[in-house]
Design a protein around this ligand. Sequence first.
Ligand SMILES: [Fe+2]
Length: 141
Amino acid sequence: MLQWTTALSVGVIEIDSQHKELISRVNNFLTSVEDHKGPEEIKKLFGFLQDYIKYHFSTEENYMDHYALYGYSNRDRHKAEHKAFIRDFTEFKKDIDFSGADQLMIKEFCEWIYNWYVLHIQKTDKDLAEVLKKSFPFMST
Ligand SMILES: [Fe+2]
């Protein structure tokens, strides 16, 4: 299971709350696997996670495109990280749709998403958040 810690806070209310929702959807998916739910339920929860990831990335990218022009120079690299995430996520989705969530796949998925969210949130998203907070102090936690 993934866990929210204060070290993961980027200090922007909206982004923090979306990251928490992401963690909760990852955990709902993992719980369904642990509880041996049927393949349809597992697929459905993975789909809910996918929907939210797309929504969350579009929130951040919207800020990058329209608001964070005040010294945010990392836009292309940040978007590339999102794109790479979606590409890898889609591979896991294919595995789940075609052969279900076996143990090896789940193990790989957990390691992958844990590393990604720690690295991406703590570095890339924090850099974006710093610019947003400077430009729009009301967004800060
Ligand atoms: Fe991001």
